[in-house]
Design a protein around this ligand. Structure first.
Ligand code: SF4
Ligand code: SF4
Length: 231
């Protein structure tokens, strides 16, 4: 695949944002490939871990945040242990997921912006969006998975399937498997105990508080960086 490397891409704020959030020096990665050679999920990622590092270095935000790699990553930390520069790549992947979630929270849907976004995407990125492939919607999967745990105190398969199909737009995905799952008692219809739901809710609330604090601290640091650079 070819990318046009423009001055704008190279001067992007993206790498600074990722480095600040992850605490890792992404710019020092020299593409030895040891991370990708050890990654157990690499074969199913659209960009290998070292390619993700390169894309971040080039400031190709859209390519990184729309790739399935950041959602496929299992946080196993194999890459982290293999990197000769001791870059914690698993943490970089975590940070990319956080950035992606934060962008969603800021987004107010506008049809014009949606059309503009589609028009600006590369052919490959568009193809991934349109593919009837579950791995192209891992972001949606991750969101509905967590929502289901929060609501039910445990994973509710039925809730997960329904929400995934509706939110991903693949309304009939896995529908033929449903009767088999039912017959084999793999799909539970019950909700977790109230006590468990309350406990899980506490964990989510705490995580939200931490994320809010981190996001505020991060935006303060970003404006500090900006004022230092503009002096
Ligand atoms: S942490 Fe993620 S990117 Fe790193 S080796 Fe594991 S799955 Fe691959
Ligand atoms: S192992 Fe480290 S230096 Fe090598 S490509 Fe991966 S992140 Fe870059």
């Amino acid at each position: 695949m070819k990318w046009e490397i423009t001055d704008t891409a190279l001067e992007s704020e993206f790498i600074t944002e990722v480095e600040r959030l992850s605490g890792q020096e992404v710019s020092s990665c020299y593409q030895c490939g040891r991370c990708s050679a050890g990654c157990p999920i690499c074969y199913d990622m659209d960009y290998t871990p070292n390619q993700i590092m390169r894309l971040v270095q080039l400031g190709l935000r859209e390519e990184v945040l729309s790739s399935n790699s950041i959602w496929m990553c299992a946080s196993c930390q194999t890459c982290t242990t293999r990197c000769p520069l001791e870059i914690d790549l698993a943490r970089v992947m975590d940070s990319l997921r956080i950035i992606s979630h934060r962008e969603d929270d800021k987004t107010v849907f506008s049809p014009q912006a949606f059309i503009k976004d589609l028009a600006s995407r590369s052919y490959d990125s568009l193809l991934r969006t349109l593919q009837m492939d579950v791995t192209s919607n891992l972001k949606v999967f991750s969101k509905v998975f967590l929502r289901s745990i929060r609501e039910y105190g445990r994973l509710s398969e039925m809730n997960l399937i329904m929400n995934y199909n509706i939110n991903s737009g693949f309304l009939f995905s896995n529908l033929l498997n449903a009767p088999v799952f039912f017959l084999k008692r793999k799909i539970a219809m019950t909700r977790g105990e109230e006590r468990r739901v309350a406990k899980v809710e506490k964990i989510f609330k705490k995580a939200e508080e931490i994320e809010k604090r981190n996001a505020e601290a991060d935006s303060k640091n970003a404006s500090l960086d900006y004022s230092l650079h503009s002096e």
